[in-house]
Design a binder for this molecule. Structure first.
Ligand code: NAD
Length: 344
């Protein structure tokens, strides 16, 4: 039985990963400070992690040192992070502290306590400024937004620790992830969480621009398959976790509306700037944020090459978009009910 640490384990992806490893009989240790995590994510049909999760911050150095000394982990999945783009843009010091310094803290502990490998949750958002598609791992035009900048910087530390100490560190660049446990309730939920919530409340969702932006969406269980397979890596690696296929936000909205029994409820459309206009502090003088950059973010296209994941790890995503959306809707509706939200 291998000893596995998962940071960010009360979040969407970390909780699903914890459950899969637990089912596989691994000895899992879960850490989360609940800055974004939810109790509800920790409750599964046949197990709840609510008691065993360690409600701690990865930057609590004394706690983390003691944890590594005591547990001697084999594998570290560093999934914790501040993810929402507006939060990172609004709280740059905190975002860098968690996403960059937090990652260095983990790498240094892995180095000193000898875990066999670390797997780091990065993002396809690092390809923000790329213009060639599908995006390949070796080519990143450095990003401009703060969220991908923190992840890109953290990736460099992963690379540097690996180069200097020969620690096998695998950087996983996730596309847009969806599936059960996606957050529907936070102020800026991921698009599928937002759509389910708005249809549930009886609202017409508001999409930005024409809704024809195309993105690469990966189902969480397929992501976890790859996160488990990369444990065979013996050296530093960076791996895209995407489908190499794209779908428009309009299509996603109509599929979710169909699954929720309200296909007639069409989205409304707002100006591209609408999304970011909700954050007036970003537009304050003397240095208002660059409007073109924000527009680019709203309209951006994502499509990740899956060639490396296939060749190196024999991985291919298995879940169809329709099946993944069905499972996402089913879980999210139940989660909204549990949260006391009224269905219209
Ligand atoms: N969901 C996606 O579409 C997506 C896409 C690309 C990359 N990622 C990355 O994958 C990871 C997981 O994403 P998610 O969607 O599950 O996000 P999430 O917000 O649901 O989970 C992140 C978890 O980290 C925890 N956390 C944050 N700061 C912490 C700290 N200082 N100490 C301890 N715990 C802390 C939060 O409480 C939360 O539970 C993140 O690092 C994110 O950047 C996610």
């Amino acid at each position: 039985m291998s000893k596995v640490l998962i940071t960010g384990a009360a979040g969407f992806i970390g909780s699903q990963l914890a459950y899969r490893l637990w089912k596989d009989g691994e000895d899992v240790t879960l850490v989360d400070n609940f800055s974004y995590g939810l109790e509800d994510n920790l409750i599964f049909e046949d197990h709840a992690f609510t008691e065993e999760i360690l409600r701690k911050d990865i930057r609590d150095l004394d706690f983390m040192e003691e944890l590594f000394r005591e547990k001697r982990f084999d594998t570290v999945y560093h999934i914790a992070g501040i993810t929402p783009l507006p939060d990172c843009q609004n709280m740059p010091v905190e975002a860098a502290d968690v996403n960059v310094r937090g990652t260095v803290i983990l790498l240094d502990l892995v180095r000193r306590y000898g875990a066999e490998r670390m797997i780091f949750a990065s993002t396809s958002a690092v390809y923000e400024n790329n213009t060639d598609f599908p995006s390949v791992e070796e080519k990143v035009v450095p990003p401009s937004l703060l969220y991908p900048s923190t992840k890109y910087a953290a990736e460099q530390f992963c690379r540097a620790f690996s180069a200097a100490y020969h620690i096998p560190v695998v950087v996983l660049r996730f596309a847009n992830v969806f599936g059960p446990h996606i957050d529907c309730l936070r102020t800026t939920p991921p698009v599928m969480g937002y759509l389910v919530r708005e249809y549930y409340r009886g609202n017409r969702p508001v999409l930005h621009s024409t809704g024809e932006q195309e993105r690469d969406f990966i189902f969480v269980e397929d992501l976890i398959d790859l996160a488990l397979l990369v444990r065979k890596a013996e050296a530093f690696d960076t791996v895209n976790v995407g489908t190499e296929e794209t779908v428009s936000i309009n299509r996603i909205a109509s599929m979710i509306a169909e699954e929720m029994g309200c296909p007639e409820r069409k989205p409304e459309y707002a100006e591209t700037a609408h999304f970011w206009a909700k954050y007036p502090e970003l537009y304050a003088k003397p240095y208002p944020i660059d409007g073109k950059m924000m527009e680019h973010e709203v309209l951006k296209y994502t499509c990740l090459s899956k060639k490396h994941a296939k060749e190196a790890y024999g991985w291919e995503p298995k879940t169809s978009l329709r099946d993944g959306i069905k499972k996402t809707v089913e879980f999210s509706v139940a989660a909204l009910e549990r949260a006391g939200e009224k269905r219209a």
